[in-house]
Design a protein around this ligand. Structure first.
Ligand SMILES: [Zn+2]
Ligand SMILES: [Zn+2]
Length: 164
């Protein structure tokens, strides 16, 4: 995702498009690399380069409920500014050698758009709380005895009084 800005005159705007795999840092619970598509325009504004466009990334996540891997697509708008020198504006990326690398900027956009909760499907049934079987693959036959915790407390009180 390198854009060379040699011969890029002031006021010029160019369309760029990339499709690449990007490594996501391991503490973000993504399996392997993410396939990322980016399209947009980069404009030279008096030596400051502004990229505006859209990105999408396919992340391979593990479902929070059934723990199985699944692909999760995120879409995000991108507006980033690149400069060779210190400028007043915040959130500016520095570059050297007339080569702008979009990758760090795109990665930060991906990390900002990571889902808070990863669930493979609205219909995911999760794992059996008794045997750990993936309930999406069929019933395991366990009797799922959910006990109301309030009822448990009453039962404990009742048993205490019985023992007196
Ligand atoms: Zn699931
Ligand atoms: Zn079970």
């Amino acid at each position: 995702m390198i854009i060379n800005v040699d011969n890029f005159i002031d006021g010029e705007s160019r369309f760029v498009s990339f499709s690449e795999k990007i490594a996501i840092p391991s503490d973000f619970s993504v399996n392997g690399n993410a396939l990322v598509d980016v399209t947009g325009n980069i404009t030279n504004e008096k030596g400051i380069f502004r990229f505006c466009g859209n990105g999408s990334a396919v992340l391979n996540l593990n479902c929070d409920l059934c723990l199985m891997p699944f692909d999760f697509k995120i879409d995000f708008p991108i507006t980033e500014i690149f400069s060779k020198s210190e400028i007043e504006e915040n959130d500016c990326w520095f570059f050297a050698d007339n080569n702008i690398d979009l990758k760090p900027a795109i990665l930060s956009n991906i990390l900002l758009n990571m889902p808070m909760k990863a669930v493979c499907s609205d219909k995911c049934k999760g794992l059996c709380s008794v045997c750990g079987h993936n309930l999406n693959e069929g019933d395991c036959g366990c009797v799922n005895s959910y006990v109301n915790p309030e009822f448990e407390k009453l039962k404990a009180l009742f048993e205490e009084s019985e023992n007196e």
